[in-house]
Design a protein around this ligand. Structure first.
Ligand SMILES: CC(C)(COP(=O)(O)OP(=O)(O)OC[C@H]1O[C@@H](n2cnc3c(N)ncnc32)[C@H](O)[C@@H]1OP(=O)(O)O)[C@@H](O)C(=O)NCCC(=O)NCCS
Length: 148
């Protein structure tokens, strides 16, 4: 079975409602990220099915602040496509490493990160609500580590 064609593009101001639906960021912060080109949208049959927001550690190291795929479209390669798009863009700009993270009590996204070639690189204890820790990941970009 083949699913809908997935197209990835940089998110625009008109996509604000879609890329803000997790409620983690204020509209003002999101506006800035949109104008910086740090938010990417996945479209399936022209409908939004996922997004990825980049952040920058020390203002220089790329970090996935959020990746989200609509539940009905999970396990169909949308997350992989978003990641590959972002990885290729970053590698093309000379970045060697991409960082990401996931709540310590959420095994599913952790498994996805490992499947995508990320390796665990540390834990910040008690960072989330309820004292839950955050597991950090990193992935080498470029010919040996980048997504295809
Ligand atoms: C994590 C998430 C982005 C993955 O997106 P997705 O589109 O479902 O993932 P893909 O279909 O691209 O998966 C790629 C591969 O990882 C595997 N995979 C996906 N989810 C997995 C899971 N929960 N456990 C193990 N493997 C998983 C897929 O089976 C696929 O394997 P393959 O290489 O054999 O084809 C999605 O589940 C999601 O939005 N979760 C909620 C938000 C979240 O937790 N985000 C991460 C922290 S910010």
């Amino acid at each position: 079975m083949t699913g809908p064609e997935i197209v990835i593009r940089v998110a625009r101001e008109g996509d604000l409602d879609v890329v803000s639906q997790d409620g983690h960021l204020s509209d003002a912060v999101l506006q800035r990220k949109l104008s910086d080109g740090d938010v990417f949208l996945a479209l399936g049959d022209r409908e939004p099915v996922g997004y990825l927001r980049l952040e920058w550690l020390w203002s220089t190291l790329p970090y996935i602040e959020r990746i989200w795929v609509r539940e009905s479209h999970r396990r169909a390669g949308v997350g992989r496509r978003l990641l590959a798009h972002v990885e290729n863009g970053l590698a093309g700009r000379g970045h060697a490493v991409l960082y990401s993270s996931s709540q310590a009590d959420e095994p599913a996204p952790q498994a996805w990160h490992r499947r995508m070639g990320f390796e665990e690189c540390g834990l910040l204890a008690g960072m989330n609500e309820g004292g839950v820790g955050e597991v950090f990941f990193r992935k080498a970009l470029g010919p040996s580590g980048g997504a295809t």
